[in-house]
Design a protein around this ligand. Structure first.
Ligand code: GRF
Length: 204
């Protein structure tokens, strides 16, 4: 499967995916890294790894989300992409684009969904006083951070913790579960069927 990773920023999850995809039996080939910002640091990571990169700037499209997505779609089709991994991609996608990629687009979110969808998840988890926090990989559906869950990892929230230490502990787990979940989706071991995830993988 030719996979594209969509980013907007530093790309540490991209880095973890690149590392995993180096293994000869990894079922997805990272064929393209696409950013909506030319200054995303993750683009450098991709170039250093010899992966094709593309930039489709979202800013010039303003509120024309469909126009922005049509431009991305053209790039994805040109590259023969069959699977998308959103990795710190900070644009909300329209129902049209999401439907076109149904069952073939994954996202990673830094909370144990359905708790804390949206932004500032670590600060909100601390403020809420939860003792467990974590990260989630899910298939993307039109509702933001609402898609069926493929994988999660939990971390404890320690007494007196601040946002940055918690974020670092969660990020470590993101880097562990995203490569695994993408591999499952690429191999068909994780599939979306009638709005639910069907898994045929050994659970740790
Ligand atoms: C991660 O925390 C991811 O869960 C969230 O955005 C952040 C991206 O980080 N969606 P990076 O660009 O992968 O380092």
């Amino acid at each position: 499967t030719r996979a594209a990773v969509l980013i907007s920023g530093r790309g540490s999850n991209l880095g973890a995916l690149i590392e995993a995809a180096r293994h000869p039996d990894y079922p997805a080939e990272l064929a393209l890294v696409l950013s909506n910002r030319a200054d995303a640091a993750g683009l450098e990571r991709a170039r250093a790894a010899g992966i094709a990169t593309a930039v489709v700037e979202s800013r010039p499209y303003g509120r024309d989300r469909a126009g922005f997505e049509a431009a991305m779609q053209a790039v994805l089709e040109e590259a023969g992409i069959g699977l998308i991994a959103l990795a710190g991609f900070m644009r909300v996608l329209t129902e049209g684009f999401v439907s076109a990629w149904s069952g073939r687009m994954l996202n990673i979110h830094p909370s144990l969904l359905p708790a804390f969808p949206g932004l500032d998840t670590h600060a909100r988890a601390i403020a809420a006083g939860v003792r467990l926090h974590g990260c989630t990989v899910h298939f993307v559906t039109p509702g933001v951070d609402e898609g069926p869950i493929i994988a999660q990892a939990a971390v404890p929230v320690l007494p007196g913790e601040d946002e940055s230490t918690l974020a670092a502990r969660v990020l470590e787990q993101e880097h562990r579960i995203y490569p695994a979940a993408l591999a499952w989706a690429a191999s068909g071991a994780a599939r979306l069927e009638e709005g639910r995830v069907v898994l045929a993988v050994p659970m740790a």
